[in-house]
Design a protein around this ligand. Structure first.
Ligand SMILES: C[S@@+](CC[C@H](N)C(=O)[O-])C[C@H]1O[C@@H](n2cnc3c(N)ncnc32)[C@H](O)[C@@H]1O
Length: 291
């Protein structure tokens, strides 16, 4: 589980420092966590940020509830679970109340949920290229022309690339010391075509920047992936969704064009009715209705 968590952080392009900032701790705590040392509260916060879910546990709204339900499902008393895990009763009670350490959690899990494992991460396949290559697909000029015409000039591209045709007043580029997951997005309009291997993390960031009032309107070009709880609980209430007809031909780092092998949507936060209808006049597709 710890190795999987580390892999999930790396796959999301998050450094230990970035992850630490997101949960309000220091990089040392993440480093220790990745060695199996730390509190359950820290690991739960990290799992939430990385959208790292577990399967093989009974239902419950918190991990603590799931641990307790797992023990009950196996008809184990606290004493029996203690004998099997080598933990004390008090430690198991603590874990079932949301406390405890990662080390004790890792000992209890095989006893109460032997089949626990990481849920397969969300994925939008581009093909067999390496991840950096897959994540570096650029929005073509003809697609962008409709974005400018409908929504106006772009103030910030928070996940930009020097070879991308996207025109923005401010481009946050990793190789130039920028980090769109940390730096603030400022201005009227942000256009976000994020690394799809870390889609949810970028959508959360977009939503947070918009909620904080840093940016008036955010337009994201993303695969149609609506399976996360967060999408249903939070994003669906705030975002306007435009389902695109057909596929977009993105450019790769070698300048070659390739159609997305999956469906795309425009996800807009804070867009006006006028912007939305201008876009619908230009691009085949439709805005999802809320009624
Ligand atoms: C799918 S490409 C899109 C590039 C550009 N926004 C476009 O639409 O053409 C995503 C880009 O995000 C950049 N990226 C990855 N992690 C980033 C980060 N933490 N901060 C800023 N940019 C990042 C990568 O350089 C990658 O080229």
């Amino acid at each position: 589980m710890i190795e999987d968590l580390k892999a999930a952080r790396r796959a999301a392009g998050c450094s230990q420092r970035t992850l630490a900032e997101k949960i309000g701790t220091d990089a040392q705590a993440i480093k220790r966590l990745e060695m199996g040392v730390g509190s359950v509260a820290t690991i739960v916060a990290v799992m939430e940020v990385l959208d790292f879910r577990l399967t093989g546990l009974p239902p419950g709204t918190t991990l603590a509830e799931q641990l307790r339900a797992g023990r009950k499902r196996k008809f184990l008393s606290l004493e029996q679970a203690a004998a099997r895990s080598g933990l004390s009763r008090a430690t198991i009670s603590g874990l079932e109340r949301g406390g405890g350490t990662v080390a004790s959690l890792l000992r209890l899990l095989p006893v109460v949920a032997p089949r626990v494992r990481r849920r397969a991460p969300e994925r939008s396949y581009w093909g067999k290229d390496n991840k950096v290559d897959r994540d570096s697909r650029f929005t073509p000029e003809d697609f962008m022309a409709n974005i400018y015409a409908a929504f106006g000039e772009i103030d910030v591209d928070p996940c930009a690339h020097p070879s991308s045709p996207v025109i923005a007043r401010h481009r946050i580029i990793p190789n130039e010391g920028g980090d769109g997951l940390i730096d603030e997005w400022m201005g009227r309009l942000a256009f976000v075509n994020p690394p799809y291997s870390a889609l949810l993390i970028w959508l959360r960031r977009a939503h947070a920047q918009w909620m904080a009032g840093n940016i008036e309107t955010v337009v994201c070009l993303v695969p149609v992936r609506t399976d996360s709880g967060w999408f249903h609980e939070t994003l669906s209430a705030d975002a306007e969704i435009y389902l695109l007809r057909g596929r977009v031909r993105f450019l790769n780092t070698r300048g070659q064009a390739q159609h997305t092998p999956f469906s795309l949507m425009l996800l807009a936060l804070g867009a006006s009715d006028e912007q939305k209808s201008r876009y619908a006049e230009l691009v085949p597709g439709f805005w999802l209705s809320r009624t």
